[in-house]
Design a protein around this ligand. Structure first.
Ligand code: PEP
Ligand code: MN
Length: 332
């Protein structure tokens, strides 16, 4: 339920209404926008009489929200959410590029790539320490050591780091990680989402391989229900029948999500296409369609990468993509 307040309402009146709503057992979200303050209510709103609320002096309009996602709903929070870490902002007109290898392989590999992507304008370093691999015989990541190496690369470059978590029992290991990634395969790992809701870390939530936009938003809702509202959504391609690309990049998810939610939306053209030569055009298209950022895999020697080499850009190719994306951003 949404309660839009009149612009004349005072802080005292708002606080009074807030306390009353809380006393009815509801969770109250107040969003103070430039032009209007909106109160979002989560919980059993059937106890609330719409007419009584609409009749209050400070209330302009009461609306019941039909969508199952409440906290993530743009109706709850009309302004864009800006997620911030180490001075890097994502959303609300702030565009951020996260780049780095699929998996952390060694100090030398990671630090070289980190320096290169920074020079090209990336603002966050990515790198998998725990890798969700289809085959148990494939490289599973350097795990805790990978996180240590990411922290070393952060100390070297100043870039904040994003890395994937797969197991709620590992949360303590992510204490110094700046953005925790929930990968496509874990988008509906609800126990993991609940634990992440208790943290105060920005979460990069990737859309599942075969999940709807509504399901993605419901997963964000799981995290938000725990009190953590710093979520970046990531479209990384969905499964379809065509084999020329690894997945099908749903670029329409950008305007749809921007309409439905206030959370920032980034695009991962690397996992979406699975082919390095298609990454540039999809990165440009994502920027043109209004994405709030990109996540791109970069490797100093893609043909020797332990994971996702075919979709990884060399640092030189990444630099070229960054220049092209910048041009698109200037145009729009
Ligand atoms: C990744 O970012 O390395 C990754 C495994 O991505 P996804 O979860 O989108 O497959
Ligand atoms: Mn990968």
């Amino acid at each position: 339920m949404i309660v839009a307040l009149k612009s004349t309402s005072t802080n005292e009146q708002i606080a009074h209404l807030e306390n009353w709503l809380k006393s009815r057992g509801l969770t109250v979200h107040i969003s103070r926008g430039e032009y209007q303050t909106v109160i979002g209510l989560v919980g059993d709103t059937s106890k609330i009489d719409d007419d009584l609320l609409s009749g209050l002096d400070i209330v302009e309009k009461v609306t019941r929200i039909s969508e199952p996602f409440k906290s993530a709903n743009r109706k709850f929070h009309p302004d864009d959410t800006v997620v911030e870490t180490c001075g890097v902002k994502i959303g609300g007109g702030n565009f951020a590029v996260m780049a780095g290898p699929c998996s952390v392989e060694s100090r030398e590999q990671l630090c070289n790539i980190a320096e290169d992507v920074k020079k090209s304008g990336a603002s966050v370093l990515r790198g998998g320490a725990f890798k969700p691999r289809t085959s148990p015989y494939d490289f599973q990541g350097l795990k805790a050591e990978g996180i240590e190496l990411l922290l070393e690369a952060k100390a070297l470059t100043g870039l904040p780091i994003v890395t994937e978590i797969m197991n709620p029992a590992h949360i303590d290991m992510f204490e110094n990680v700046d953005i925790i990634q929930v990968g496509a395969r874990n988008m509906q790992n609800f126990e993991l989402l609940k634990e992440l809701g208790k943290t105060n870390k920005p979460i990069l939530l990737k859309r599942g391989l075969a999940n709807t936009i509504k399901e993605l938003l419901m997963s964000a809702e799981y995290i938000m229900a725990g009190g953590n509202e710093q979520i970046i959504l990531c479209e990384r391609g969905i499964r379809s029948f065509d084999g020329y690309t690894r997945n099908v990049l749903d670029l329409s998810a950008i305007p749809v999500l921007h309409e439905l939610t206030h959370l920032p939306v980034i695009i991962d053209p690397s996992h979406a296409t699975g082919v390095s030569r298609y990454v540039k055009s999809m990165a440009m298209a994502a920027a043109a369609a209004g994405a709030d950022g990109l996540m791109i895999e970069v490797h100093n020697n893609p043909s020797a990468a332990l994971c996702d080499g075919p979709q990884s850009l060399t640092p030189a190719q990444f630099d070229d993509v960054m220049k092209a994306v910048e041009k698109i951003r200037m145009v729009i």
